[in-house]
Design a protein around this ligand. Structure first.
Ligand code: HXC
Length: 244
């Protein structure tokens, strides 16, 4: 929004995005439309997209950021828990991309950024659900980039590392990680900020990336290269995270 976008933010909870929209508008002077949708329910996405097109008349950028996650070993994961995370992350990304394509991008072009993760690069413990879901999104990025490139649509992934001040950081043991000084395993010796991730998205959606499609940008301070599956630390994290 600081770079000129009018924006729609969506959540299952309208109240939550109404509050965020008010803050974003006050901070940037741009318009922000809050929308209620569940990415697992195509009808709710369709209604939100139709409303947005009535209000703004166009759409240039889609950021697929909806995700659900928690720490859990595969052995403790119910069938429904695995399915739920894939439905939110993977199927939600497909549903939203397809509806935006049908309603606008097919005829006008556009840019899609899918927020993924590095979890599957090394097979992170306690994350078979989210890692599998995000790996599928990385595949989807490539498939859609190839199919929709001729329609002047670019599709890329962005994989953040641990980012302070986020729900993911809180739920996935970030505070414990920071308290135990595990940030030392990150080559840049610290966790990231929301602004650093936003700058990556800004690059991918801007004309600076006009020839970039079908790829993944990792913004994690080098974490996935060095962060190991430290069994005892992860066991401690799992026990502590039950209380989060
Ligand atoms: C094990 C769990 C669990 C947990 C829920 N489940 N939490 N299993 N450990 N901590 C199980 C439930 O028991 C249920 O299975 C199934 O998952 C579905 O749970 P519901 O609560 O019914 O589903 P729903 O209300 O749709 O909630 C989805 C959710 C929830 C994912 C479970 O946490 C959510 O809505 N999260 C959205 C916000 C979020 O997580 N943000 C952080 C994203 S961070 P049963 O068998 O009992 O029916 C992120 C970053 C990834 O994604 C990359 C990191 C680097």
């Amino acid at each position: 929004m600081r770079h000129g976008c009018r924006t729609v933010i969506a959540s299952r909870s309208l109240e939550r995005v109404q509050e965020s929209a008010a803050k974003l508008m006050a901070a940037t002077g741009q318009r922000c439309l809050p929308a209620s949708m569940d990415v697992r329910q195509p009808e709710t996405i369709k209604a939100a997209v139709e409303k947005m097109l009535r209000v703004f008349g166009k759409v240039d950028i889609l950021v697929n950021n909806a995700a659900g996650n928690f720490l859990c070993p595969a052995s403790g994961l119910s069938f429904n828990a695995f399915k739920t995370v894939l439905e939110i992350d993977t199927i939600g990304t497909f549903n939203t991309s397809k509806l935006l394509y049908q309603k606008w991008f097919k005829d006008h072009g556009g840019v899609i950024v899918n927020i993924t993760a590095t979890l599957s690069y090394r097979g992170q413990m306690l994350q078979v659900h989210a890692g599998s879901a995000k790996a599928a999104i990385d595949a989807m990025t490539k498939h859609l980039a190839v199919e929709w490139g001729p329609d002047n649509i670019r599709v890329n992934s962005l994989a953040p590392g641990p980012v302070s001040g986020t729900e993911g950081f809180r739920k996935l043991g970030g505070l414990l990680m920071a308290a135990a000084d595990h940030c030392k395993v990150i080559p840049l010796q610290r966790v990231g900020t929301k602004t650093e991730i936003a700058h990556g998205v800004l690059y991918l959606v801007s004309p600076a990336a006009s020839f970039v499609t079908g790829t993944s940008l990792v913004i994690d301070g080098g974490h996935w290269l060095s962060g190991a599956n430290d069994m005892s630390a992860i066991q401690a994290l799992l026990q502590a995270s039950a209380k989060l």
